[in-house]
Design a protein around this ligand. Structure first.
Ligand SMILES: C[S@@+](CC[C@H](N)C(=O)[O-])C[C@H]1O[C@@H](n2cnc3c(N)ncnc32)[C@H](O)[C@@H]1O
Length: 275
């Protein structure tokens, strides 16, 4: 881990770079008088990176696009952990997200944070190690990494902000592998709908990072058609998620505009399945 005064250098490209924006927006949210997520770990993390955050070209007012999602998955993950105090959590596409610090799970939870090797290397330089916590440097599409995780407990897969960088085949293969390998558990995963994927050239984040988006999901049935052995538990859109009610008045006003345009209303979807 870097010392108190040193800063870690950031050298990333493509999808790996996108997690800088999500981290930055979480940090900015934490500085607000009424934060949605209130992630002070993200605030500390951006101080440890040698990076010109202005170059992201994103304003803090867009923070809810990230923090509503993260707060929703924190709430669902807490529910899973409360019901399964002895469990495995696989957090794939973790980026520099501080979920393990925010949730601070008990000693019977085996937690795996998974991302590309260059992202995991950066995590190692800015976050301390902790008991029961393992970093897995790999592409999520490599078919072998999941088989190294013991399959002895109920397992939660959290995949936040990664499905869209996978093809539908790659994403479904990953989910099916989890369902087939572990005895029981949940898949908590978010998606962009067809409209969001089709209009991707308009998304600043993808233009800037040169990332391409693939997997479009309009409804849980699209996932059920590709992955067997799962049952839907919940599906909400950005506007329907409980943390959305904690956003600023400006953001809450957007809900009535989105109501008249279903593709926009359903652009960002947060799903939860059990198996
Ligand atoms: C938009 S960021 C989200 C990061 C984090 N989940 C969050 O919400 O802050 C997308 C993350 O997915 C990771 N990712 C994308 N494709 C991946 C793949 N094939 N294998 C592993 N990680 C991948 C990127 O490296 C990046 O960290």
């Amino acid at each position: 881990m870097v010392g108190m005064t040193d800063k870690a250098t950031v050298d990333l490209s493509g999808p790996a770079q996108t997690m800088l924006t999500t981290l930055y927006l979480k940090a900015r949210d934490a500085g607000l008088a009424r934060p949605v997520l209130g992630d002070t770990f993200a605030q500390q993390a951006i101080e440890r990176l040698d990076y010109d955050w202005q170059q992201l070209g994103i304003s803090a007012r867009w923070a809810p696009l990230v923090t509503v999602r993260t707060a929703q998955y924190d709430a669902w993950a807490r529910e899973f952990l409360a019901a399964h105090p002895r469990a495995t959590v696989i957090h794939v596409g973790c980026g520099l997200d501080c979920r393990v610090q925010r949730l601070d799970p008990g000693p019977e939870i085996a937690w795996y944070d998974v991302d590309y090797p260059e992202v995991i290397a950066l995590r190692e330089t800015i976050y301390p190690a902790r008991p029961g916590y393992t970093l897995v440097p790999t592409s999520a599409t490599d078919p072998t990494w999941l088989d190294q995780i013991p399959a002895d407990r109920p397992t939660l897969l959290i995949a936040e902000g990664i499905s869209m960088y996978l093809t539908a085949e790659q994403g479904a293969e990953l989910l099916q592998h989890v369902v087939d390998r572990f005895p029981s558990g949940e898949l908590q995963i978010d998606f962009y709908n067809g409209f969001a994927i089709r209009t991707q050239r308009a998304h600043m984040l993808n233009r800037r990072t040169g990332s391409k988006l693939y997997w479009a999901v309009d409804r849980p049935e699209d996932v059920l058609a590709r992955v067997s052995g799962i049952r839907p538990v919940a599906a909400v859109s950005f506007f329907g998620a409980e943390p959305y009610d904690r956003t600023s008045a400006g953001f809450r006003a957007a809900r009535s505009l989105a109501r008249v345009a279903p593709p926009v209303r359903n652009a960002l979807q947060y799903h939860r399945y059990s198996f």
